[in-house]
Write a protein that binds this ligand. Structure first.
Ligand SMILES: [Mg+2]
Length: 227
């Protein structure tokens, strides 16, 4: 890829493995509250969590709705009689310490570091993501962090990317590339905003035919052939 100077990296399921992190954090949160934890709880969490994040991406909900609703809905589905707000609090507390790498993430960061200016671009909460990036060993390689809680908008909305560009000092769009795993947040967001996107296809989600990434990779190692 020609002319690239700045790379925006998604965090969850691109650099840090959210499924693995959430397994540990959910288990600890349930243990704190005396809730029985198993595969059904884990699967229900991901189904409900993904559904509400999709609503955020579609502009039908805001980030706070994820935090307010997900354990309430999970507890309703599973018939658990505990305080969902407390579970949310415990889950997010434990999640701060969870930073399992996606395979190849460390190698990718070391490959990109020094060649490009590196920023993360994530739909989440600033303090939590900073803590996880530090634990993952990635924070000191970054030139900055763009997190939706701090920017006041979420991917894929153009306001999110406009704020990133403002903070970057309005570079030409062809100098910026986004790397991310989500067709709805990263590919739609980046392509919709007019920047190039490398889609990390984990084999889980399908592309929206209206938004085609510039490149597709199936492992993070493949990015070394592109950048
Ligand atoms: Mg992601």
């Amino acid at each position: 890829m020609e002319n690239v100077k700045i790379i925006l990296l998604d965090i969850d399921n691109t650099l840090i493995d959210f499924r693995r992190c959430s397994r540990e954090a959910l288990s600890n949160a349930c243990s704190d509250l005396g809730i029985e934890y198993g595969q059904t709880f884990f699967d229900t969490f991901h189904r409900v969590n993904n559904k509400i994040w999709k609503e955020v991406e579609d502009g039908k909900a805001v980030r706070q709705d994820v935090y307010d609703r997900r354990f309430r809905e999970i507890f309703e589905i599973l018939g658990i009689d505990r305080d969902p707000a407390e579970c949310e609090k415990r889950f997010r507390y434990h999640l701060r310490f969870a930073a399992d790498h996606v395979p190849g993430a460390e190698r990718l960061m070391k490959y990109l570091y020094g060649k490009y200016k590196l920023y993360v671009a994530s739909n989440s909460t600033l303090g939590e993501q900073e803590s996880r990036l530090r634990r993952a060993g990635f924070f000191d390689m970054l030139n900055g962090v763009f997190i939706s809680s701090d920017l006041g908008a979420s991917k894929p909305h153009p306001e999110f990317f406009a704020e990133c560009f403002k903070r970057l000092g309005d570079p030409p769009k062809d100098e910026v590339v986004l790397i991310g795993d989500s067709p709805s947040a990263d590919v739609r967001g980046g392509i919709g905003f007019g920047i190039r996107v490398i889609w990390f296809d984990r084999g889980v989600e399908k592309l929206d035919p209206e938004y085609i990434p510039t490149c597709t990779v199936h492992s993070l190692e493949e990015i070394e052939q592109i950048l």
